[in-house]
Each structure stands twice: as C-alpha cells, then as structure tokens.
Design a protein around this ligand. Structure first.
Ligand code: SAM
Ligand code: SF4
Length: 331
C-alpha cells in the first residue's frame, strides 16, 4: 500500500524535493557568496551518491515526484552525470531538473543529456560582460553563453534565472528578455531575497516584479498573465501579447507564494529544511550514517514537514534571516 502523502498542518502536499549536491561554487555572485573567506563544508560531511540516492528513494515512497539538483554549483560536483542517471532511473520520479550557473555547461551539457536530464534552469542575470563580472566577480560570461548554445542544440528545455536587484540590473532586463525570446528560453526574474552571505539585503534593493513587467511591456510587447497558470508553481507566469514567449516571476518579496508551497530541501551536508528561510533543520545525515532504517528516515521527513511553518515573514519586522546563506542551503 502506498504511504500517505507528505501533508503539513496547513494542508499543503509536498511532492517536490530540491537536493543540493555541493556548497562549492566556481563563481562568486555577491547576493549569494562573500568575495573571499568562503567557508565550505569538509568533503567528508557532504552526502555521497549512495546516500543521496537512498534518501531520494525514501522520499519517493512518501509522495515526492519532482527532484531538482542544485548547490552551490552542482556542476563542480565530480561525476554529476552519474548521479543524474541514478536519480532519473528511480521509479516514481516524474520530473528531474537542474539549476546551474552554466559555466561548465560547454563540457557537461552533453553528458548530462545522455544521463537523462532534459530540463535546466541556467542562472544568467545579464548578457553584458561588464555587469556579469561585477555581479559574479568572474569573467565567465562567454562560457555560460556557449553552454546555453550547446544546451539548445541538444534539445534541453531551458529557463534563465535572473536575480532582480534594484539600482543594478535595470539596464539588463530588456536585453536579457530579447536574448531569451530569440533563443526559445523563458526568463524567470527572481526578486532579490535576504539570503546573501554578507547581509547586504534590504527591501529597498529589491527590483519588484511589477516594475519589470512594466519595463518589458513598454519596451518589447505587452505582458499578459498566462490563461492556464499552475496554482502550485512559485512563479507568476506571463506571456508576450505578440506570441513571443513567456516570462516568469519568482516574487518572494512582493507576491509570497508560501500558501501553495510544495517543497522540501536537502542540503549538501544532509540537513532537511522545509523552507528556504527555515531557521531549524533536521539531521538526515546522522541517520544515514548511523544505520537507521528507511522507516526511521521516513519518520524524520514526516516530522519535518509536520512542523513546517505557515510561511516566511520577509515582509514582517519579525523576519529573521536564516543562519545559512543561499549557496549553503541550495537555491
Ligand atoms: N549555482 C547555481 C545557480 O546559480 O543557479 C545553483 C545554486 S543558486 C544558489 C540557485 C539560484 O538562486 C540561482 O539561480 C540564483 O538565481 C538564485 N539566488 C542566489 N542568491 C539569491 C538571492 N539572494 N536572492 C534571490 N535569488 C538568489
Ligand atoms: Fe554560485 Fe549560484 Fe551562488 Fe552564484 S548564485 S555564487 S552561481 S551558488
């Protein structure tokens, strides 16, 4: 008999697991990582592929159907295609996707495709070299653009993740959307969230979805909400009225979507988090490494979800930033 689904005390069913495979990264986006003195977890503390696969199989028995691999930068994890192949073979996994900065895609897109991956979110805030360098502190835009080209040729379904930071990326919004339209990619503008390692965030630095919608509608073509939105998806989806594709907005600050949240996260060091902004977490790795049974691990997942809060409180004075920055949680 199938196990009962993962339902929290607010009735939300969880079928989406995000798995971080490393906290390391080959670039240094300022809204995620410090420029220097980054503290990475020791390699022995990072879950190995057997542990990740075992946890994913247990999660699937609890109703998880969608997996997303993230990090840090997942492509710096050695032999990632091997893990992708193993996860995509798990019966019950209906969707497997990856979030990457794209720097290593020129060499890894093909092995990933061969391993069974079909969907990727590639992080790209700008197509301007100088601003890419300013944001990521690395001069790697050519590699990302080349990686996108290869991915397109292979047939990947690609979305572009662009972090919306006010007084910085306004000149990039329209060129990025044009580039995406020309290449058949969908841009997802993500409002800057208070998850940066240097505590730079405040509300005045968030470029809001409404402002981006106004700019795109004015400069490219009117944006209209899609007629068939997925109520469980975190993004508000729009389409260009001229038929030139879609854009999405992850508007965690101006349009929080906590009421529909169906996600749970496993960090690279094996901690389970019911929310990106959670301040508490459960230690899956301790169970995995102490001979616990599948039932004991499943019980921990159930307890974690049962204790899930109603939502983050970014817009409240009660908000407390989580102790881990984005790269160490897994965005
Ligand atoms: N390294 C990969 C990447 O950059 O896509 C995967 C991990 S990264 C933490 C996941 C996503 O988080 C990125 O695509 C980026 O868009 C987003 N991100 C990072 N820091 C953020 C912040 N402070 N606010 C909003 N989004 C952020
Ligand atoms: Fe690395 Fe992604 Fe964080 Fe940028 S957002 S520093 S690419 S983990």
């Amino acid at each position: 008999m199938a196990a009962a689904p993962l339902i929290d005390s607010f009735g939300r069913v969880h079928d989406n697991l995000r798995i971080s495979v490393t906290d390391r990264c080959n670039i240094r986006c300022f809204y995620c990582m410090p420029e220097t003195d980054v503290h990475f977890v020791r390699r022995s503390e990072i879950l190995d592929f057997e542990e990740i696969e075992r946890f994913a199989r247990i999660a699937v028995t609890l109703g998880i159907r969608k997996l997303r691999i993230t990090g840090g930068e997942p492509l710096v994890r050695r032999d990632l295609p091997v893990l992708i192949r193993r996860l995509s073979a798990i019966p019950g996994v209906e969707d497997l996707a990856l979030t990457t900065n794209g720097v290593l895609l020129p060499q890894l897109a093909e092995p990933l495709y061969e391993a069974g991956l079909r969907r990727m979110n590639v992080h790209l805030d700008t197509i301007d070299r100088a601003r890419f360098l300013q944001i990521t502190r690395r001069d790697d835009i050519d590699k990302v653009l080349a990686g996108l080209e290869v991915s397109k040729k292979l047939g990947f379904k690609v979305k572009l993740n662009a972090v919306a930071v006010k007084n910085l990326v306004e000149p990039d919004i329209v060129p990025l959307a044009r580039y995406a339209r020309e290449n058949g990619f969908e841009v997802r503008y993500i409002e800057f969230m208070p998850l940066d390692a240097q505590n730079l965030w405040d509300r005045s630095k968030v470029l809001l979805a409404d402002d981006i919608i106004a700019a795109l509608s004015r400069e490219i073509a009117p944006l209209i909400p899609v007629p068939d939105p997925d109520p469980r998806a975190p993004a508000s989806e729009y389409q260009f009225a001229d038929g030139g594709g879609r854009v999405g907005f992850i508007a965690s600050v101006s349009r929080p979507f906590c009421l529909n949240c169906n996600r749970v996260r496993l960090t690279a060091d094996g901690k389970l988090r019911y929310c990106l902004f959670a301040v508490e977490e459960d230690d899956v790795k301790a169970l995995l490494r102490s001979g616990a049974s599948d039932e004991e691990i499943a019980a921990l997942v159930r307890r974690n979800i049962a204790g899930k809060w109603e939502g983050h409180e970014i817009n409240s004075t009660r908000f407390v930033a989580p102790p881990r920055p984005m790269y160490s949680i897994g965005g």
